[in-house]
Design a protein. Sequence first.
Length: 365
Amino acid sequence: MPDTARLHIDLSDRQRLFDIFGEDAAGQALRDFNAACSTLVDRLLAQHIILERQCDEHNCSWSVRFRLAEPPADRGEILSSLGQVGQTLLREALNGIFGNASGMRIPARLHILPGNIASVPEAEPLSSADADEVERILADENLRTVLQPIVRLQDRQLLGFEALSRGPLGSTLERPDRLFAAAGAAGLSVSAELICARLALERTRGRLNHGQFLTINLGPAALLRAADVLPLAGRTDVVFELTEHLPLDAAAELRSAIDRLHQLQLHTALDDTGCGFADLRTAEILRPGIVKLCITVIRNADRGDPFIHAIKQTTQQLQALGCRVLAEGVETESQHAALVACGIELGQGWLYGRPLDLERALNGN
């Protein structure tokens, strides 16, 4: 059947998700992932004919054989277009389940292959257009800084902001997931993170109210260089968020770099933390000032036990280490109430404010 093709979706290293997020939150996230994949297949192939649908929900692996609705003039172009749309839908689903930061790092893949080919190829290389675009954006420093408010949950008082970066308006790399994925594929991840951090520091210097703080995302390699290359003099209002889930040996290697930042009166946070032993052990090693519980955990806050028990227990364990706990991705009043009841101090999410262009955020501060 010359007009048949096969759609593959798979999620690798699912056990790692349980180590990071804990049994209950990870289990719910994987159920949500499978439901999202089912919806994705229906949306993506709505105009075509599904011949066979195979789903291994335990391993989060999908294989769907389908036939194009009409014999196209350029079959390859149609399949390529479907693949691009499918990857966008998959990334949006992952961001919705795991949050934008974690979603970018979840090892999920989607491929569309002609005929009945069953094997999935290696990831496609960065297109020359995206490679040129990301190099141009970084060289010109054509990047926007947006700020999302961080509040004290008890009374919703504004305590600070998270600095987030975006590509130029209208660019194919405007979205942060596309921007940093392109930078990573081009071997420019560390450069991109440090440029974004420097711009955020320069644009906010002297503009925060007394007592407010600014959090900035850095991966491990960028964090190791932060004290040497970023304009940090006098910036005791800065908190660097470590944005990757680290193996324990890698966390231990970062300890000296974090100690150096603390000597400069800078602060650190652990981003996208779950309720699993891996992230709790990382917090114990690094002793950050703030630990951010990720959206994968927080989105279950108003679902009662066992989720609320895990959140409360994790909060108490982190506070015992001297960490302030921040809930990110808070979207509803019921989540807010549950998090206050769990004793969580800080919050961030659309309930309190969406990311705004820097000038708008600071002018309303």
